[in-house]
Design a protein around this ligand. Structure first.
Ligand code: G3I
Length: 332
């Protein structure tokens, strides 16, 4: 009897939902989602629908998924997520339009002149942003263009086009959907330091040149060690606000060494809580997105062996301390 009650309760989250609480605060509260899980795992899809007012396709709007052969676009997986979101009254954020990773082989292995690569970039952004015009309200236009030492990442875009590929990407996206909010997105520059200074200088230059950028995404793939400090993140948000830019926390997760102890889960909860509080307190942060909400589908164990337990719900969709900490910040 007790066992069956426990099964029945497993995965049940209290009301009001995080989504309802976030709506009351005017916060876009989101998670990365996987189409493969949305379409096959009903506890997963029902939790997305009940707890979030924003979703971000984790891989389905990346270049290798959307244009596997040059000139042949496949929107099927992205459309499935956008349709799920529309059916549930959920907004969609897209990521990323330009990146050094998850590009199709024809692009990675091809040899192109500068003009050819600019044309490829323009066609891709125009086609993708145009396809989702009015459906994807916010795009990460350029992702991870700054290296850890603060220089521009020496990738295919920089090598073939030069630093102005960044300006071009924002211009192309704005032309394709003038109403979409356009962000620069990166990791490791959430607080203060060499990389966040470089990102600050990059976006200050974009603003100065009149490039249509709306904000900076702070990915926030972190551990529970206390770095970056909430105070540094608040300062970074504040200096970006002074440039007239929005900020967003775009990919938050807090990895722990496995198996996680109760005290590590408590530290993780306070890290989630302090970063969400930074966003809620800042004058210019209206979006808080987690890179997955259940440990069942987190990218961490596959990429960082020995680490995991990085999200607010366990493998069975049960609430962890991080869930309650987030809920408390949202006023629940
Ligand atoms: O789609 C193929 C599938 O056809 C194949 O059978 C399978 C076999 O490995 O791989 C599948 O592709 C995987 C893809 O995720 C979709 O599941 C890739 O191998 C895998 O590398 C890829 O990982 C993604 C990673 O970006 C790639 O860089 C993660 O899921 C995704 O969470 C992660 O997300 C990034 C953000 O976009 C940018 N910021 C950092 C963040 C974490 O790395």
């Amino acid at each position: 009897m007790l066992a069956s009650l426990a099964v029945a309760l497993s995965g049940c989250l209290p009301t009001p939902s995080l989504r309802d609480l976030a709506n009351r605060k005017g916060l876009a509260f989101g998670t990365a989602v996987r189409e493969s899980a949305l379409s096959t795992d009903s506890p997963y899809s029902s939790t997305v629908a009940s707890q979030f007012n924003l979703v971000v396709p984790e891989n389905e709007l990346k270049w290798d998924a959307l244009e596997p052969q040059q000139g042949t676009f496949d929107f099927s997986q992205g459309d499935a997520i956008v349709n799920f979101a529309a059916a549930n009254g959920i907004a969609v954020k897209g990521t990323p339009l330009v990146w050094d990773s998850q590009n199709p082989a024809w692009l990675t292995n091809g040899t192109f002149t500068r003009d050819q690569l600019i044309a490829i970039l323009q066609t891709y952004i125009t086609t993708v942003v145009g396809h989702y015009k009015g459906k994807v309200a916010q795009w990460d236009v350029v992702n991870e263009a700054v290296a850890d030492d603060g220089t521009l990442r020496n990738d295919v875009w920089l090598q073939a086009i030069g630093p102005d590929y960044i300006d071009m990407a924002f211009e192309f996206a704005h032309e394709a959907d003038p109403n979409a909010k356009l962000f620069y997105n990166d990791y490791g520059g959430e607080g203060l330091g060499t990389k966040s200074d470089a990102i600050y200088n990059l976006v200050a230059g974009l603003k100065q040149r009149g490039v249509p950028i709306d904000g900076v995404g702070l990915q926030m793939h972190i551990d529970a060690s206390g770095s970056p400090s909430p105070a540094d993140v608040a300062s970074n948000m504040s200096r970006l606000n002074a440039l007239g830019l929005q900020t967003a926390i775009t990919e938050m997760d807090v990895r722990l060494p496995l198996p996680a102890t109760n005290s590590e889960l408590a530290s993780q909860a306070s890290v989630y809580q302090s970063m969400l509080r930074d966003c809620l307190t800042a004058a210019n942060c209206g979006t808080f997105v987690m890179w997955g909400f259940t440990d069942k589908y987190s990218w961490i164990p596959g990429f960082l062996p020995g680490y995991g337990a990085a999200t607010m719900l366990d493998d069975s969709f049960n609430a962890k301390p991080a869930y309650y900490a987030i809920r408390q910040d949202l006023g629940g």
